[in-house]
Design a protein around this ligand. Sequence first.
Ligand code: FSX
Ligand code: SF4
Ligand code: F3S
Length: 381
Amino acid sequence: MFNYQALMDLCKKRLDKLSKMPALKSTPLVDNIEQSGINRREFMKWSSLTAAALALPMEFTPMVAKAAELADRVPLVWLHLAECTGCSESLLRADTPSLDTLIFEHLSLEYHETIMAAAGWQAEENLEHALETYKGQYLLAVEGAVPTANNGTFLTVGAKGKTGMAILKEAADGAAGIVAVGTCSSFGGVQAAAPNPTGAKGIHKVIDKPVVNLGGCPPSERNIVGTLMYFIMFGKLPPLDIYNRPRWAYGARVHDNCERRGHFDAGEFVEEFGDEGAKNGYCLFKVGCKGPYTYNNCPTQRFNSGTSWPVLAGHGCIGCSEPDFWDSMSEFEKPLGRRDITSSLDKTSDYIGTAVLGISAVGITAHAVASVFAKKLDEEE
Ligand code: FSX
Ligand code: SF4
Ligand code: F3S
C-alpha cells in the first residue's frame, strides 16, 4: 500500500517552511475570497475536491486549504511564447471568479504578459528583476511552443528583441520548478503541425531540467491550478505519465469517463451533426470523437468552473491533450482511418490507445470489461 504518512510529513514540512517566509502579497487569501462572496464552507469544499482530484486522501483537505493560503509565498513567472493565449483564458475567463482563479491570482505573479500593467522596457525590467530576486525559488509556467529554426528568430519578445528561446533558457535556469501549460509548450501544438516552418517544439526539448507537461489546447483551470497546488504543497513534481503529464489528471481516457459511453457500448451513434442521435445525446465516435485515444480528465473536471466540456457541448473530443494531435488526430470530424464501427471498433481503439502510448495495459473500466470487445481483447492477449 502507498505510504501516505511520508507524503503527509513532507507536506507538513513544506508548509511549515513556506509559512515562515514573507508574504509577497498584501491581502490575505481569506479577504479576497470573502470579497468575492465565497464563504469558508465553500473554500473547504474546494479544498476537499482538490485533494480528491490530486488523488490524495481526505486527510489532506486542511493542508490543501493551508497551501492555498500560503500561495503568496511562491513567486510565479509566466512566459508567453508561440501560442494563442487560450490557456490563460481558460484559467481567467470563467463566468464568475472561481476559487481556482482566485488562488491563481493569490500566487505572487511576478511576470505575466497578458495581465500585468507594465509594457515595453518596464515589462522587460520586471522580468529581469524577478529572475534575479527570486533565483532558485520561483515557479516557471510557460505557455506556447518555442520556435527553434534560424536560431529562434521566428519569435522575438520585447524592445531588446530577445528570442523566445533565449528568454526561456534564461528563465528556466533559475526556476525551482517548470510547468508547460498547454499542448503548445508541452508538445509544440499547432505551430509544430506539418510542415512546421518555424521549427516549433515543446519547451522540454530545449531545457535540461524536468518539465511537467499539461497537455490540452487549452488545459482546464483545474489541471493548471491543481498542478501549481501540488508544487506548493510538496515542493516537487507530481507523479507523471510517459509524456510527463501529471497522472492525477491524465491517467484515464476521455472515453472511459464519458457520459455518452453507455451509448457507445450500446452501438448508438450520432451519424451527422443535428440528427436525432445528436438530439438524444448519442456517442460522437462516428462524427470523429477521439476520446478513445485521448488521456485527460475533461469529463470529470470540465471547464469554466465545471460548466461543460467538448462532448457535453455536442462535439467530439479532438484529442487536444495528445502530442502531435493536429496531425495525428485529424480529420477531426471523421473517425480515424474511417474504421468499421460495427464489429472491431472497441478492440481497435484500445489497441490504438496502447500503441500510441507505448504501454502494455489500457485502463479499461469495469463497464468496458463487460463489453464484447474487451472480451475479445482478453482472448487475443
Ligand atoms: Fe496552445 Fe495556450 Fe492551444 Fe492556445 O497558450 S495549447 S494554442 S489553447 O493558448 O498554448
Ligand atoms: Fe464519449 Fe467520444 Fe467515447 Fe463516444 S467515442 S463514448 S462521445 S468519448
Ligand atoms: Fe481536449 Fe478532448 Fe478534452 S478535445 S478538451 S482532451 S475532451
